[in-house]
Design a protein around this ligand. Structure first.
Ligand code: PLP
Length: 282
């Protein structure tokens, strides 16, 4: 089966799909992106990801080139052509192609749209999650607007690479005051010894994860107390449970932070309940 991508109006073989060398996404990172998880042929948190897409475009003053209905049709077609039941869909939108100049080009510029999709092994992801994963900590080296989902991911790439080299699954980024901001591609959570769920408040230092929002709703439904506030690495290392959330990992238990096991080193019951509640949502 040939893998198919969508680029600027055309479905085409993924292997040969490309964008122009003067695309501003390539030249300047002048682009945003969004990611949806697909489970059982269904997009998870579809509307939440579309709302964030609109917001990211708005923050960069890029006019949305398509309606939500059009994106949804393309996503459905990509899923069909790539025969995806469980997987991920990526959408990147750049400001477009123009002669290289930092300032926005004058007049109308047609944004570049790239969409790709891939299958994932849902069973493997589930068993990995139920074992729990390790994280390492790295300094947060990012810019001041991490709330915008831009394609400028170099600090995240370096953080994830450091995690991989250390045999860990994710890197938690630590701000200058010793507080955890978030993972390289996920939000960070702990459960205090008193059983209170804590995740950083959604300021400009983190991406307001769509999964994060849904997990807060699940916490409320389960009757868990929660606080949106910053927490220190010290507090995380003494937590009862720790976990990460993202569209691709849902809620995944963290059992080790640097060299320290979290509690007894096994996934905690609250995160497992939250993961189940998340996956049972409509
Ligand atoms: N934080 C960062 C830096 C991310 O890249 C991501 C996901 O890609 C998240 C948090 C989680 O966001 P979401 O739950 O919307 O996938």
């Amino acid at each position: 089966m040939t893998r198919i991508a969508y680029v600027d109006g055309y479905f085409q073989p993924h292997a040969g799909a490309c964008v122009h060398i003067e695309d501003r996404g390539f030249q300047f990172g002048d682009a945003i992106y969004e990611v949806w998880s697909i489970r059982g042929g269904k997009l998870l948190d579809e509307d939440g990801h579309f709302s964030r897409l609109e917001r990211s475009l708005g923050e960069l003053q890029i006019a949305n080139p398509k309606t939500q209905i059009a994106y949804k049709l393309i996503i459905r077609e990509l899923m069909r052509r790539n025969r995806i039941t469980d997987g991920l869909v990526y959408l990147q939108i750049s400001r477009g192609v123009a002669p290289r100049d930092h300032t926005f080009p004058k007049g109308y510029l047609r944004p570049t749209i790239v969409m790709t999709a891939k299958s994932v092994n849902a069973g493997k992801i589930q068993s990995k999650a139920l074992e729990g994963v390790a994280v390492i900590c790295v300094p947060d080296q990012r810019w001041g607007r991490c709330d915008i989902k831009t394609v400028n991911l170099l600090p995240n790439v370096l953080a994830k690479q450091a995690a991989s080299e250390a045999g860990a699954y994710e890197a938690w980024q630590i701000d200058q005051d010793g507080y955890v901001t978030e993972g390289s591609s996920s939000n960070a959570w702990i459960i205090t010894p008193e059983g209170v769920l804590v995740t950083r408040h959604a300021d400009h230092a983190i991406l307001r994860g769509i999964t994060r929002g849904k997990i807060l709703e699940c916490a409320q439904a389960l009757g868990y107390a929660f606080e949106e506030r910053r927490f220190s690495l010290e507090e995380a290392k003494n937590a009862r449970e720790a976990f990460m959330t993202s569209a691709s990992s849902f809620a995944t238990p963290i059992v080790k932070i640097d060299e320290q096991t979290v509690a007894n080193g096994a996934p905690g019951s609250m995160v497992i309940a939250l993961r189940e509640a998340y996956l049972e949502q409509d």
